[in-house]
Write a protein of this length. Structure first.
Lengths: 289, 315
């Protein structure tokens, strides 16, 4: 070790930059997000997410190998079902649970959260950076999964290929990707906030799942507190409500798409504001976590 | 009250439920090396975590250089904390760990790379910097965390048991580094339960027991305050028996022993100042050769034993 004194040119408050606080915080958000992405995407632990996101694509591809004469109407309904029931109800929900809960609670488990808490950045910046990284990860994964499923669904027969390149199908794809993105943001914000409230967020997450499932049967004002309420009006294909599946299909009042999008964005903002408030008072005491 | 250049605890208490962390701590620490000394569970880590806002006081207030945890951007630009948590993000190398943390400051990568390299060199980790931390020994991990804590050149460096896991050579180097940083005008707050190590480098000590501060100040001053135990003074002289016969008559001298090597005395006195006056007079009057006079028990270890007694686990 060297005991020589270095020249005294420390980074200074928040990096010593002359730039405004806003620019500095933006750089810090990006730095947090970059480190978080590196942490989340490295290693085999994130493989289950890849499997979850692309499993339907693999099934569709396997089906396509044995069926070269698909029907556009049927395939469109099947794809709508996959997006609504598999992605929105299952894959994105549990995928976001793993990604967003892991971004803070995972650091508590690994006993590394204190490093960020000891850096010269506001904890709100930390929340923003972590949310950004987790949102990017989930949107990339599940958006990629939806896109791959869409491609596999229509690419294996001529009429499907023709339909896929038409304006209508591309509008469907755009709507699915928008819904996927909003679902990732909505569920992600909820799970990030839950991870800051509960040591073990699994039980409250299952409660959220039940809530989302029964939200269709709730009074209108309670429906506003569910993510699927905002997503339903954006889905391009209406699924028939019949039998057991009716339990899992949302019956929502017709809401204009712009209201659904802005409503969900406002919902995400509120939940993130709550997460920021929670993390400001958070103490690091790993022995009790 | 804001104290710009000091670390101030104002009547700080911390309870974990019904368990006491620290109670009614009031401290005002100046720059230099300050050691928090006490056995396990005495409240050293709690004080450090309170200082850096990792935990919040149940009562009272802590400020570092006039700043509190409510302003992390300003506080942590000036404070570095090497905790006891021996954990790292997955798959990092020593260099990427330090650089990654510096990037959270919002500084450009070129700048953070230089600072990281400088800090790693300072703790002697340059050669191993590009290896994965998972393959490091405990001492190397300790040094990399130390590099991270001082990489942004803080004015206050808080180090929780920084000597744990280090081999004797690295311990000596670390202590020399802390001393050098203290001489540069930094606040270096070191916790340890190994008394004799921090004793050598400390300008200031805070003795803790069961969550209470039992003594604080410069170690010699603290020792003087411990009046229950007479001070022990080593007097080196080739005529110990003659000197002993003259000194023993004084009322404040409670014990005089000839040193085992036969070349001095170990004197226990209740009044060190009066003893030194007596000693000066005696050697002049009797023409006794005097080689050295030094306190024999004003180190942290002795003070701690006197104050805390047998309940200490410190070594």
């Amino acid at each position: 070790m060297s005991t020589d004194a270095p020249s005294n040119t420390a980074l200074g408050p928040g990096g010593g930059a002359q730039a405004g606080r806003g620019a500095l915080r933006l750089r810090q958000v990006v730095a947090v997000a970059r480190l978080e992405l590196g942490r989340a995407l490295k290693g085999w632990r994130s493989l289950w997410l890849v499997f979850l996101a692309f499993a339907p694509c693999a099934v569709i591809t396997a089906h396509a190998l044995h069926d070269e004469h698909g029907s556009v109407h049927e395939e469109t309904l099947v794809l709508a079902g996959i997006v609504q029931f598999f992605y929105l109800r299952f894959a994105i929900f549990f995928g976001c649970l793993g990604i967003f809960v892991g971004s803070v609670r995972g650091e508590v488990v690994e006993r590394t959260l204190h490093y960020a808490f000891l850096a010269p950045l506001r904890r709100e910046v930390l929340v923003a950076g972590k949310f950004l990284a987790a949102a990017a990860t989930s949107v990339l994964l599940f958006g990629g999964g939806v896109f791959a499923s869409f491609t596999a669904m229509y690419a294996h027969f001529p009429a499907g290929r023709e339909f896929a390149l038409s304006g209508g199908a591309l509008r469907h794809l755009g709507a699915y990707l928008l819904v996927t993105t909003l679902a990732c943001l909505g569920y992600g914000a909820v799970f990030l906030a839950l991870s800051l409230v509960f040591r073990n967020p699994i039980v409250p997450s299952i409660t959220v799942l039940l809530w989302e499932t029964i939200s269709g049967a709730l009074p209108v004002w309670l429906k506003h507190l569910s993510v699927t309420f905002y997503l339903k009006p954006l889905l391009p294909v209406e699924m028939p409500v019949e039998g057991f599946s009716g339990l899992f299909t949302i019956v929502a009042e017709p809401t204009p798409p712009w209201l659904a999008v802005s409503g969900l964005v406002a919902f995400v903002g509120l939940v993130l504001a709550f997460a920021c408030w929670r993390i400001r008072g958070m103490e690091v005491s790993y022995s009790t976590d | 009250m804001r104290a710009p250049g000091r670390i101030v605890f104002e009547d700080v208490s911390k309870f974990y439920g019904e368990v006491l962390g620290v109670n009614k701590v009031s401290l005002d620490l100046p720059p230099g090396v300050t050691s928090l000394v006490g056995p396990n569970g005495s409240g050293k880590t709690t004080l450090m975590n309170l200082m850096t806002g990792l935990i919040r006081p149940s009562r009272g207030r802590v400020t570092i250089l006039g700043l509190s945890h409510r302003d992390p951007e300003a506080l942590f630009a000036r404070v570095g904390y090497c905790t006891q948590f021996d954990s790292f993000p997955r798959r990092v190398t020593g260099r990427s760990f330090v650089e990654g943390w510096l990037q959270l400051h919002g500084a450009p990568r070129a700048h953070t790379s230089g600072l990281a390299a400088e800090a790693l060199e300072r703790v002697g980790m340059t050669e191993a910097a590009d290896r994965r931390v998972a393959g490091y020994s405990k001492g190397m991990r300790q040094r990399v965390r130390l590099a991270q804590a001082l990489s942004h050149r803080p004015e206050v460096l808080v180090l929780d048991e920084p000597l744990n896991g280090l081999d004797p050579m690295a311990r000596a180097e670390s202590l020399a580094l802390f001393q050098a940083l203290g001489r540069e005008g930094l606040h270096v707050i070191v916790s340890s339960h190994i008394l004799h190590e921090v004793d050598r480098v400390s300008d200031h000590v805070v003795l803790l027991s069961h969550g209470y501060v039992v003594a604080e100040g410069q170690i010699h001053g603290v020792r003087t305050e411990v009046t229950d135990h007479p001070m022990q003074i080593l007097v080196r002289s080739p005529q110990p028996h003659l000197l002993a016969s003259r000194l023993f008559a004084a009322p404040h001298v409670v014990e005089v022993k000839v040193h085992p090597d036969g070349n001095g005395l170990l004197v226990r006195t209740r009044d060190a100042s009066a003893f030194h006056t007596l000693l000066n007079r005696t050697v002049l009057e009797a023409g006794i050769d005097l080689e050295a006079v030094a306190p024999a028990d004003d180190d942290v270890n002795a003070v701690y034993q006197y104050l805390i007694g047998s309940e200490t686990e410190a070594v």
